[in-house]
Design a protein around this ligand. Structure first.
Ligand SMILES: [Zn+2]
Length: 45
């Protein structure tokens, strides 16, 4: 399974997410701090 390391720009927390759930996470916001996640911030890496 491919994972994507997502770094939240708000709380700077890093989470390893399966690519499959990445979009859902972006929809719901950061799992750590709840900040809204901009899809652009997820595109790198
Ligand atoms: Zn966060």
């Amino acid at each position: 399974m491919t994972t994507h390391e997502y770094t939240c720009p708000d709380c700077t927390g890093t989470i390893d997410l399966p690519v499959e759930s990445l979009e859902a996470t972006v929809e719901h916001g950061c799992p750590l701090c709840g900040a809204s996640v901009d899809r652009v911030g997820v595109a790198t890496g």
